[in-house]
Design a protein around this ligand. Sequence first.
Ligand SMILES: C[S@@+](CC[C@H](N)C(=O)[O-])C[C@H]1O[C@@H](n2cnc3c(N)ncnc32)[C@H](O)[C@@H]1O
Length: 193
Amino acid sequence: MINIGSGISGAAGWYNVDNSPTILLSRIPLVRRLLRLPTWPRDVHRLDVRKGLPFADESVSYIYSSHTFEHFQWSESLKIAKDCFRVLKPGGALRIVVPDLGRIVREYLHNSAATASHDFLQRLSLSHGIHDLIHPGANHSQMFDEKSLLHLFRQAGFTSPEVKGFMESRIPDIARIELEVRKNESLYVESQR
Ligand SMILES: C[S@@+](CC[C@H](N)C(=O)[O-])C[C@H]1O[C@@H](n2cnc3c(N)ncnc32)[C@H](O)[C@@H]1O
């Protein structure tokens, strides 16, 4: 079971991967204190998934990813989703959770505050700058709504992707990995291989 872009909330029993440059630095106590880095769990492995998933074809039961695919360009996310398809066992499943662009747009349209347009753009978090040189996955590079996330699954080879609810999943013990804190901002799509 692979958790792509786990952040510091790596789940027990999962192979958690993340490419944050702070993972290795935070393991040096003095550097961690000086730079005030978060403490990364030992079971989060540093990996840039854009370079490929280091697993054999049809060898993995479940792949989960929360609030990470929006950090990739479309072409990168498609390559990664195809790689997920490759490593999943037939009958295995991919579940991708992203910020729900549809919901953000609806909330903007109902927001009568003078700052609504600024709040809207801030929530998209699409700005890029010098920090990309240090951590290319820090800000968003794309946003998904239901149609575009379902399209990503289909383009990657999945034939039956479905929009799901919070904790509504074929993944056993989903509560171990799905984050309550993401519930009210997220779009959940899942498909069997
Ligand atoms: C917004 S955090 C999500 C953390 C957690 N999954 C959650 O839902 O709160 C996105 C994570 O994706 C990671 N990430 C971004 N690009 C990545 C890449 N190319 N390979 C692996 N992880 C990446 C970032 O380092 C970051 O920890």
